[in-house]
Design a protein around this ligand. Structure first.
Ligand code: AMP
Length: 440
């Protein structure tokens, strides 16, 4: 019961309005320590109730704090704008019976308007790292009074190359502060570095790592010949096996746009697209419309879809195979929520078969193989597979041994290199598409 968690009656009233009756496991585990001001390192995924697990203690501590500094007392960092907006909305809902105010500091919105809102002295700021640094540098945001710093979805933050930004922002906050770090995956070297540098003797709570997987999701693999075949199968699945909502994930923005065009031409489908090149307004609109209707298809890249609380999905289609086991889990974890069985279908071309088997090994499960009779292609999976599940011949041949792995093509200098966590499976783009981009 929330009443056992020493929360202010105004917060209990908001919880009752939201019909949150019981704390979720992450809330029950984290809230008492967070209220006590401890540093926390929490492994929990989107959908676990992690936002309220740090927002409630922040609000409680602010209600207990009589000082009235002229700068925000809590700073929450989110990897994406959409997640930041969602956190901001959650704060507003939980703080509705208090005078506490939250403000957003995210890219894609007018810098000066944002600075003006910051001058109104919000208690909590929810920010994406890039814009947060810009507002700090311009003096729009003052972090000198921050008592609680939250780094949400830290694993994704690092994947997106924000590691240095996060460290710089943490340094701008007072040393005597509470820090809570949330990650959906267990520690890789990048996260350990942040934990060591930003948290002080943190309590480690592992509740719901994505690796724990979701047996309620039927996970299937359909072999495909090429992109044309992928498109035909995607259309068929959406028309024949999805009466409700579906997300189709692509690895690149170009493919998301292309597929959006292809699907829009299909009668009976309501299609929206979400990727990093869409501006803030377009993204907001796409999400709202997709959420509203009873059915619909959202074509999205991983980064653009990150942090969105889109539930009640009937189907997730991996139009391209995701580049890592964790990306796979983030994608398929969107279906089958709240006890309902969901379906996740990956379309796998010959060159992606090894990657798919690596993901199976990473998750320690085998996906169901499936062929759609009407659309059977010539590729049905490799004829011979090794015990690892990889196709025979997937590794380089003997006489290739001395050749360099891959010709080096000059790339434009990247400002920050995306961290590739150890333990994640194969990354790469031997499909001829653009290499992974940081802000999808
Ligand atoms: P989150 O993991 O923070 O993205 O939360 C996932 C969803 O669960 C959101 O829609 C929340 O509003 C909802 N939620 C969070 N805590 C509770 C709770 N204790 N009871 C019911 N729903 C909750």
């Amino acid at each position: 019961m929330f009443t056992e968690l020493s929360l202010h009656e105004r917060l209990l009233k908001a919880l009752a309005e939201l019909s949150f009756q019981e704390p979720t496991p992450v809330q029950a585990a984290a809230i008492p320590h967070a209220i006590a001001g401890e540093d926390l390192y929490i492994i929990a995924q989107t959908g676990s109730g992690k936002t309220a697990a740090y927002v409630l203690p922040i609000l409680q501590r602010l209600l207990d704090d009589d000082s009235k500094p002229l700068a925000p007392r809590a700073l929450i960092l989110s990897p994406t704008r959409e997640l930041a907006q969602q956190i901001h909305q959650d704060i507003q809902a939980l703080a509705r019976f208090t005078f506490l105010k939250s403000e957003l500091v995210i890219g894609g919105e007018d810098f000066k308007v944002q600075a003006a809102k910051l001058r109104k002295n919000p208690d909590i700021v929810v920010a994406t790292p890039g814009r947060c640094l810009e507002q700090l540098a311009a003096g729009g945001l003052d972090a000198s009074e921050v008592r609680t710093l939250v780094i949400d979805e830290a694993d994704r933050m690092l994947d997106m190359g924000f590691s240095e930004d996060v460290l710089t922002i943490a340094q701008a906050c007072p040393e005597q502060r509470q820090t809570m770090l949330f990650s959906a995956t267990t520690g890789n070297a990048g996260i350990r570095r942040i934990v060591e540098q930003v948290l002080r003797e943190p309590r480690w709570l592992e509740l719901d790592s994505v690796k724990s997987d979701t047996p309620a999701i039927r996970q299937q693999v359909i072999p495909v010949d090429d992109n044309n075949h992928r498109e035909r199968i995607t259309k068929w699945l959406l028309l024949n096996e999805c009466p409700g909502k579906a997300i189709v994930f692509t690895n690149t923005r170009v493919m998301a746009d292309r597929l959006n065009g292809v699907l829009r031409a299909v009668e009976g489908l309501r299609v929206y697209v979400l990727h990093g090149e869409k501006d803030q307004k377009e993204r907001k609109l796409a999400i709202e419309r997709f959420k509203q209707g009873g059915n619909g298809v959202l074509v999205a890249t991983d980064v653009a879809a990150r942090g969105l609380d889109i539930s009640e999905l009937d189907l997730v289609i991996n139009f391209d195979m995701p580049r890592s086991g964790d990306d796979y889990l983030h994608r398929v974890g969107r279906t089958g929520r709240a006890g309902a069985e969901g379906v996740a279908i990956s379309l796998v071309a010959p060159h992606e078969w090894s990657l798919m088997s690596s993901i199976e090994r990473y998750l320690r499960r085998q996906f169901e193989r499936r062929v759609i009779k009407e659309l059977a292609g010539s590729f049905r999976g490799p004829k011979n597979v090794k015990s690892s599940g990889k196709p025979v011949g997937a590794k380089k041949k003997k006489d290739d041994k001395k050749k360099p792995k891959r010709p080096k093509t000059p790339k434009p200098a990247a400002r920050r290199k995306p961290a590739v966590p150890k333990g994640q499976v194969v990354l790469g783009s031997d499909d001829g598409f653009a290499p992974p981009k940081r802000r999808g």
